[in-house]
Design a protein around this ligand. Structure first.
Ligand code: DX5
Ligand code: ZN
Length: 215
């Protein structure tokens, strides 16, 4: 199990301290939500933000691009120090972008929105290391998880197996202490959590409880 706290939920006035907090909780990854105001109705961060965090941590930097034209930004995020980049199946030229991410020596992820069937990933899984299932409509943190999206995890695993691939399954949106067990039971390996950790009174306790529930 991998925890990927989403900095969208962090106190951005205190970024250095928030990165130290994530490390102190024992999280493995840090998740970045990059939005372009076109693919989603919100704007966030940018490569300089990833570069700033890179200077403060060795954790795996998991960059989720909610951009219509991700190809234009792969080099910028790779240069900023991303370890993995995930792009949407609904965005432009996903196959070429996944190849480009690998060309840059990074882990490549492919993401589906709630309204996109898992079958859309079939031609893309052979090019990916990770599949990201959105459990909310992307754009904003703090939304309620849509549990029906979790059914895609089993479908994706079956398609990957058929293609002779092994991919990590990540879920993103509305995951919290109460529903994390359900997410893991569906076959998810990587939990993205924004408000569910950053706005909680005891994030380390929540992470320990979730890990304990699977031990
Ligand atoms: C939604 C983002 C999520 C979001 C998760 O567009 O992709 O990563 O930050 O935040 P919570 O956990 O608050 O839903
Ligand atoms: Zn995300």
């Amino acid at each position: 199990m991998i925890f990927a706290p989403s900095l969208l939920g962090a106190n951005l006035l205190n970024l250095g301290e928030e990165v130290r907090r994530v490390e102190s909780w024992g999280a493995e990854w840090i998740h970045f939500d990059q939005m372009d105001g076109h693919f989603v109705p919100n704007i966030s961060f940018g490569p300089a933000f990833v570069a700033a965090v890179r200077k403060h941590t060795k954790l795996f930097l998991d960059v989720h691009l909610m951009l219509s034209r991700p190809m234009d930004y792969i080099d910028a995020f790779a240069d900023a120090g991303a370890d993995g980049i995930t792009v949407h199946a609904e965005a432009e030229e996903p196959e070429e972008v996944l190849r480009k991410i690998h060309d840059r020596g990074l882990k490549a992820g492919i993401c589906v929105n709630p309204g996109t069937p898992a079958s859309a990933l079939k031609p893309l899984l052979p090019l990916a290391d990770l599949a990201l299932i959105m459990t909310v409509q992307p754009g904003f943190g703090g939304q309620k998880m849509r549990p029906e999206c979790l059914e895609k995890a089993a479908e994706i695993c079956a398609m990957a197996k058929e293609a002779g691939k092994s991919v990590l399954i990540e879920a993103d949106g509305g995951i919290n202490a109460e529903n994390a067990g359900q997410v893991l039971a569906a076959g998810v390996d990587v939990l993205v959590m924004g408000t569910g950790l950053f706005r909680a009174a005891d994030p380390a306790g929540i992470m320990a409880a979730i890990r304990g529930s699977r031990a």
